[in-house]
Design a protein. Structure first.
Lengths: 183, 306
């Protein structure tokens, strides 16, 4: 019989060897497959331009943001408008998005190049009013869409799935807005 | 000849120009014995004086030529009736200041005061799109002014922004969404797609209505622009707040107006200094004074032409 302490030493040596062998084979694979792939996905970013109204409500200011490249067109629009809804840290930049605004769904009608943006009720009911406020709410969206998605010719606003006469009582929202003609 | 149905229009004013449009399946070609669908008949009338045409020339000229002659001699009616439109109302509060001042109340106060003074000082009739705290849809405000046969439309509002920094007054008139050529293109496109597909309409009838109604105000853009500039100039003399100028946008309440129309944003309720001003009757009187002086100037410019 092998004395116990020698047997233990052999067992430990075999275990260390097994770990080493595993390390030699597995670590390079982990390096190339695991973390490297995650890194690659997060690198697929796109620079986008977001439009804001200035603090005096008499001009536009832009900000460049990085957003993830999405799988589909609608998802990409959602990611870009999420940046507008998020607002800016700059005290001279106002998104003019009412409190609690959420973009629920985006639909793209390729035949007519019309983008339908379906917002939650807060988009209209929480709007603080004023034609300047409403003008920038609409125009920040239109300009942001136009700058980043030139294929969009028209934008139709929806609130909770349906068309509304107006967001805050000054501008018509019941028909699609012609992106190029909006002023 | 017997008819199943007929429409009778009693036009009380002289008509300068008119255009008739048929919708449906070539309804204008329907002759005796044929059945064709007429789904829409639109009659556009433009107020004005008819050109004087010597009797002898009449027989040889096409109606189109006569109408074109009339268009060249377009005359704006003297201002005798003004439509005033206090913005918002009822459940639509408009802007509310942090201290609780409601835009709809101020708009109504200013418009009522303006209406009284217009009657007293200029001797004009005044039509209010709302005279109390009720919600009137934007299209009904336009319809009310058109139906009343007003010669001017003035909408009164207070402005609002997401910070307290924005200040001043501004005057708007309509930016045309479509030109005549674009509207015609839309109609042609509609007809050709309908022909190709056999469907009744590719662009919906509602869209065509929308395009046509957009264009009604196009006829008055020069006069609307003049009125906006006059109001801006006169208000600037008396108000003592920042003049943000005359602006042209697609405000819904100015679309479809068959008369010159403007919208005045008197001051910012989101700005505490301007809210205080709006709450003072002295400042509101200054607004009224500025508008009355502008209407007086507009009247003298266009009434002389008439």
């Amino acid at each position: 019989m092998i004395p116990t302490n020698i047997g233990k030493k052999i067992a430990v040596a075999l275990a260390v060897l097994a770990v080493l062998v595993a390390a030699v084979y597995l670590i390079p694979r982990l390096r190339t497959k695991g973390p490297a792939e995650v890194q690659k996905v997060s690198e697929e970013m796109r620079a986008v331009t977001i439009f804001f109204g200035n603090k005096g409500a008499d001009g536009f200011v832009t900000e460049t943001r990085e957003v993830r490249v999405a799988d589909g067109f609608e998802d990409q629009v959602k990611l870009v408008l999420a940046e507008l809804i998020k607002g800016s840290n700059d005290s001279n930049k106002f998104s003019a998005m009412p409190q609690g605004t959420e973009l629920i769904q985006v639909f793209w009608v390729e035949d007519t190049q019309t983008l339908l943006l379906d917002f939650n009720g807060a988009f209209s009911t929480n709007h603080p009013g004023g034609s300047a406020g409403e003008y920038y709410t609409i125009t920040n969206i239109i300009k942001t869409i136009s700058a980043n998605f030139p294929q969009v010719a028209r934008v139709q606003f929806l609130v909770e799935g349906g068309a509304v006469e107006s967001i805050a009582g000054h501008y018509a929202a019941d028909k699609p807005i012609d992106v190029k003609k909006w002023r | 000849m017997e008819h199943d149905a007929y429409l009778f229009f009693d036009v009380k004013r002289s008509v300068l120009r008119y255009r008739i449009e048929f919708g449906g399946d070539e309804a204008s070609d329907a002759s005796a014995g044929e059945t064709k669908a007429l789904r829409k008949l639109v009659l556009f009338l433009e107020r004005g004086k008819l050109p004087e045409i010597p009797e002898a020339d009449f027989a040889g000229k096409k109606m189109v030529e006569l109408l074109n002659e009339g268009a060249k001699r377009k005359i704006i009616e003297p201002v005798r009736k003004i439509a005033l439109d206090p913005g918002h109302g009822g459940s639509d509060i408009g802007r509310m200041s942090p201290s609780g001042t409601r835009e709809k109340d101020l708009n109504l106060q200013i418009a009522l005061m303006l209406g009284d003074r217009l009657r007293e000082e200029l001797g004009v009739d005044v039509v209010m799109t709302r005279g109390e705290d009720v919600l009137v849809p934007l299209n009904e405000r336009v319809e009310a002014a058109n139906t009343a046969g007003a010669e001017l439309f003035i909408s009164i509002h207070c402005n609002g922004w997401f910070s307290t920094d924005a200040e001043g007054f501004e005057v708007f008139f309509l930016a045309p969404a479509r030109t005549e050529e674009e509207a015609q293109l839309a109609r042609d496109e509609n007809a050709s797609i309908a022909y190709e597909t056999g469907s009744s309409a590719a662009v919906g009838d509602d869209d065509i209505d929308f395009i046509l109604w957009d264009m009604v105000q196009n006829e008055y853009l020069n006069e609307s622009s003049d009125l906006a500039e006059m109001i801006q100039r006169e208000m600037s003399k008396v108000l003592g707040i920042r003049n943000r100028g005359v602006k042209q946008t697609g405000l819904r309440v100015l679309k479809g107006l068959a008369m010159p129309g403007v919208l005045i944003e008197t001051a910012f309720l989101s700005n505490p200094k301007e809210e205080k001003l709006l709450l003072s009757s002295e400042f509101r009187e200054k607004i009224v004074e500025g508008v009355i002086e502008a209407v007086r100037k507009f009247q003298s410019r266009y009434n002389e032409k008439g």
